[in-house]
Design a protein around this ligand. Structure first.
Ligand code: GFB
Length: 311
């Protein structure tokens, strides 16, 4: 199988490359941003025509944490829509047999019943801080569903919960919470600071999945003959941000105080995935959160030491 992984340099794409590199039956097709701009329709259509992949995983996206989403909604909506339109239509035109699109748990309504089942999509208003990103991901999921329905192609989606792992982005303002906590606590430990300021109230609950588990779930989903149009990928358990902060501080070895800046947004109060569907199909995550945080802190130290830390 000739597999195109769109976005192979990102945290999710890199995990997919690590997972598929060991597979002798898969030939990977990889293009970085300087070789292929996924927002450029002509470039993407030409690429597909020339390379003719058998299968595609769309892991490319403009991503960021609560602050990035809230500050750059136009870029999040435009770029994520463009990536979806080009990668999906281009794949259809060039005869790609199978496409897996990766979305996000923020597609579900802000106040959806918890845990959130796949069928709560479009039943209520979205969380404001990431509405732009969510709208683009919902459009992409629907594109796959409608292409499958109208054209008979096997295009489908997976909706992972909050991800973390090697190759994450550690930007001080625009990263997601888990990498932000690692870098804040590490810096505080190094400088001997007595307190660290975190955002919001610490009461929102989030679910975290190690990106290697997501890659494993993608392999699993691509092996299913008749996959659901979209399926939740998560662990089925969540923690408060306060609890997460305590876990990360312990792993990093930071022993000072934690303060909360309630002028910063909390975002959605809770977004726990109902993972029954994937569990029944036979997939379960492997990496528990405490182990995943330890591994990721090691990755952070290595990436920092080698000058490869993304910020
Ligand atoms: O991971 P995060 O940025 O995004 O923030 P979301 C999660 C929670 O952690 C929020 C709190 O309640 C933040 O207020 N938090 C505390 C912090 N301290 C910090 C900090 O230093 N940095 C960050 N970033 N957060 C994202 C969406 O939502 O989830 C994306 O914006 C995407 O679209 C992603 O869906 C999975 O979990 O709120």
């Amino acid at each position: 199988m000739r597999l195109f992984i769109a976005g192979h340099k990102g945290m999710v794409g890199s995990a997919l490359v690590r997972r598929f590199q060991a597979d002798k039956g898969v030939e990977l097709i990889l293009k970085d941003r300087s070789q292929l701009d996924l927002c450029d329709k002509n470039q993407v259509f030409d690429f597909y025509r020339e390379t003719q992949p058998d299968a595609v995983i769309v892991a490319a996206a403009k991503v960021g944490g609560i602050m990035a989403n809230n500050t750059y909604p136009a870029e999040f909506l435009y770029q994520n829509l463009a990536i979806a339109l080009n990668t999906i239509e281009g794949a259809y035109r060039s005869g790609v047999k199978r496409l897996l699109f990766l979305g996000s748990s923020c597609i579900y309504p802000k106040l959806a019943p918890q845990p959130m089942r796949e069928d709560c999509l479009l039943t209520g208003p979205l969380e404001q801080t990431n509405e732009a990103y969510a709208v683009a991901k919902i459009a992409a999921l629907k594109l796959c569903q409608y292409y499958r329905k109208q054209y008979g192609v096997l295009f489908h989606s997976a909706m992972p919960t909050n991800l973390y792992g090697p190759g994450d982005n550690y930007h001080p303002d625009y990263s997601h919470v888990l990498p932000a906590l690692i870098s804040k606590f590490h810096a505080a430990k190094e400088k001997g600071l007595r307190s660290v300021i975190l955002w919001g109230t610490g009461t929102p609950r989030r679910e975290f999945l190690h990106v290697d588990d997501l890659a494993d779930a993608c392999v699993f989903l691509l092996g299913i003959e008749n996959p659901p149009d979209w399926v939740n990928v998560g662990v089925g358990e969540d923690v408060t941000i306060r609890k997460l902060a305590e876990m990360v501080a312990k792993t990093v070895g930071y022993q000072g105080e934690i303060e909360w800046d309630a002028t910063k947004p909390d975002g959605t109060p809770r977004k726990l995935m109902d993972v029954t569907r994937l569990k029944i199909a036979g997939w379960h995550y492997r990496i528990p959160l405490d182990e995943g945080i330890q591994k990721t802190y090691q990755n952070y130290l290595e990436e920092k030491a080698s000058g490869l830390l993304r910020t």
